[in-house]
Design a protein around this ligand. Structure first.
Ligand code: XIL
Length: 353
């Protein structure tokens, strides 16, 4: 099971040694959780947040960040930021997030090694298989080696499937290397770090059909071929009132992935309200998502994609928007760092209430 430092003792430290007693002790202690981190440790899960290095000096931002025991750098470990020119690496920002995590007893999920977005121009301008392969393998080797021992898991390949899941997305990697680039990326990551967990991560993959089915078939094939994959990240950028995915579908999808011997992580959760739904509705959605993960032993982490509504990625026009341009207000803290019902619901789910 995962472990991360916390001010809250794990249930096994409760002094109760029988297994029944431990269960009772765990329930009691989870109910007493006052922070997300208390609940995370009690439930033996990683509860994560995407952080941006540029806001870490803002005290309410940093204070909210310390509620979590897992961090994903929102942008700082992406290719465009850490290898802007061929073989010239700059780990300053990724290191800043990792330092913050370590100072606060949080584990880190690296994000993302191979992705079509935030890719430097020079990679997109490559025109033959040999140079694309060399660039991809060198990038993975250098980045994974740099963070070896400091990063708990990597999103090795992000968003390789096109919308609808009918075909792999047309990227420079697919164009020159064919679909085998995904296996190659995982093998390269494993060669650079034998201990780190390796994930495939994507959006609109939470239910059972379409892209979810395509991702399931792909990772099943990877497992059968002996490709070193440890888990699947379901991003979970969702909107209410759409009941998509239903919790029933989410649970079935998680189960079929776990049945392959893989972990599931809910990797980028946010819930768009679009001005029509109340904060309480949003809280209910958060509750059901967290609760679904807790009921699945193979779901090892839930991460939210940001802290405050004021810095959500959804505020940018190129991100998914609400119909009629209504505000998305997707996160657990509002613009002035007041905890929303979503926060209390998330905590309630961790408490088991
Ligand atoms: C987003 C960041 O939040 C933004 O700041 C950036 O401008 C674009 O990328 N899926 C992913 C994340 O895997 O990396 C994306 O993050 C959000 C969607």
């Amino acid at each position: 099971m995962v472990a991360a430092a916390s001010g809250c003792a794990p249930p096994s430290a409760s002094g109760i040694s029988t297994s029944d007693g431990e269960t009772e002790g765990m329930v009691r202690q989870c109910q007493e959780a006052v922070t997300l981190r208390d609940g995370a440790v009690c439930q033996e899960r990683l509860i994560g947040v995407a952080l941006a290095a540029r806001y870490l000096n803002e005290e309410p931002y940093a204070a909210a960040a310390r509620e979590f025991n897992y961090v994903t750098p929102e942008n700082e470990m992406k290719w465009g930021l850490n290898e802007p020119r061929p073989n010239e690496f700059d780990f300053t920002l990724g290191d800043a997030i990792t330092d913050f995590a370590e100072q606060n007893g949080m584990l880190v999920k690296g994000h993302a090694l191979v992705w079509h977005n935030q890719l430097p121009q020079w990679v997109n301008q490559l025109t033959d298989a040999e140079s694309v392969r060399a660039a991809m393998l060198n990038h993975i080797h250098q980045v994974v080696t740099h963070y070896r021992g400091r990063v708990q898991a990597w999103d090795v390949v992000n968003e390789a499937w096109g919308d609808g899941g009918t075909a792999l997305r047309d990227t420079v990697f697919l164009r020159y290397l064919g679909p085998g680039y995904i296996d190659e990326a995982f093998h390269a990551a494993r060669a650079a770090d034998p201990d780190v967990k390796l994930y495939y991560n994507d959006y609109d993959t939470e239910d059972l059909e379409g892209k979810s089915g395509a991702v399931y078939d792909m990772v099943k094939g990877m497992v059968e071929r002996g490709v070193p994959i440890d888990g699947v990240g379901l991003q979970m950028h969702v909107r209410i009132p759409d009941d998509e995915p239903s919790i029933f579908e989410l649970e079935r999808n998680m189960q079929r992935i776990v049945d392959l011997g893989l972990e599931v992580v809910l990797s980028e959760v946010d819930v768009r309200t679009c001005g029509h739904e109340t904060d309480r509705d949003q809280g209910n959605r958060y509750y059901r998502i967290v609760n679904a993960c807790l009921r699945q032993p193979g779901c090892t982490s839930v991460s939210v994609w940001g802290i405050t509504d004021k810095y959500s990625w959804l505020n940018h026009p190129s991100a998914p928007q609400c119909p009629e341009g209504d505000p998305t207000t997707p996160l657990m803290w509002d613009d002035v760092y007041t905890k929303k019902p979503a926060y209390h619901s998330f905590l309630d789910a961790l408490k088991g209430s």
